[in-house]
Design a protein around this ligand. Structure first.
Ligand code: CO8
Length: 257
């Protein structure tokens, strides 16, 4: 794959690992190019139904690469649309993604985790948007997704003070859905991903798209969209199989179509 992004296929799950230990997995162009390539591969691969994105035990990602942007000026940042190329790829990825976060998920690292569909944290996980400490702002959705996840007061608390949130606080606040012992994090994330990937892939993709719609539209529009997507599932062979299997008291055999 690349030096800094490792891709491993395990059954119907793609495990993507950020590996830049010398810089706390700081996110530079090489990392983001590698992540885009890995996601492209996982999206194109018909037999992949779910992705797990992780870092190391010590760090998920400590943010955008500060050394790479230290001397950036406004004209260059604006004209090159800094932080845009490849950053939007995770947002547009259509299959489910679980972030398995151990250690630091700061700045762009926290933003990356929030772009995933589920976030599992190890007991050592620390989340934060500490950009204010270095005189800058989040730039990959931190000020937008964090309040949606944890509410305005908590988001302001984190963004304005730059303090870090531990795993239990993140669980209480709704930023993560599970906290696990550090040595069980990846195992649980992969097992959950295998379970998700065993379901009908088109139904999963429709589910993800529909839940995400709740952030993009008023309630009445979202409910209308959900109703139409429900109707659309009746065109899937997997819906027939799933309901038949239930009524025949047997396990379904989804064909992902
Ligand atoms: N960028 C570049 N290098 C980094 C980064 C980073 N974000 N974080 C750590 N490193 C490097 C350190 O410079 C150090 O390098 P060296 O060994 O060559 O001196 C090495 O990683 C190890 O780091 P520390 O010695 O600091 O390790 P500690 O265990 O003492 O501390 C911390 C770990 C707490 C994670 C600490 O490194 C830290 O605070 N890092 C910076 C966190 C931060 O401010 N993140 C936000 C960055 S800005 C951002 O992400 C948003 C910008 C908007 C764009 C959004 C999309 C990315």
């Amino acid at each position: 794959m690349s030096d800094v992004i490792q891709l491993e296929l395990q059954g119907r799950v793609a495990l993507i690992r950020i590996h830049r230990p010398e810089a706390m997995n700081a996110l530079n162009d090489a990392v983001m190019d590698g992540l885009r390539a890995a996601l492209d591969q996982a999206e194109a691969h018909a037999d992949i139904g779910c992705v797990v994105l992780t870092g190391s035990e010590k760090v998920f990602a400590a943010g955008a690469d500060i050394a790479a942007m230290q001397h950036l000026d406004f004209a260059e940042a604006f004209s090159t649309d800094f932080i845009t190329r490849n950053w939007e790829r995770l947002r547009t990825f259509r299959k489910p993604v679980i972030a398995a976060v151990s250690g630091f998920a700061l700045g762009g690292g926290c933003e990356l985790a929030m772009m995933c569909d589920l976030v599992f944290a190890s007991e050592s996980a620390r989340f934060g948007q500490p950009e204010i400490k270095i005189g800058t702002l989040p730039g990959a959705g931190g000020t937008q997704r964090l309040p949606r996840a944890v509410g305005k007061a908590m988001a302001m608390d984190l963004c304005l003070t730059g303090r870090l949130m531990d795993a239990q606080e993140a669980l209480r606040a709704g930023l993560v859905s599970r906290v696990l012992p550090t040595d069980k994090l990846l195992e649980e994330a992969l097992a959950t991903a295998q379970k998700i990937a065993s379901y009908s892939l088109p139904a999963l993709m429709m589910m993800k798209e529909t839940v995400n719609r709740s952030f993009e539209s008023p309630l009445s529009e979202g409910i209308w969209y959900e109703r139409r997507m429900l109707h659309a599932t009746f065109a899937l062979a997997d819906q027939k199989e799933g309901m038949n299997a239930f009524l025949e008291k047997r396990a379904p055999h989804f064909q992902h179509k």
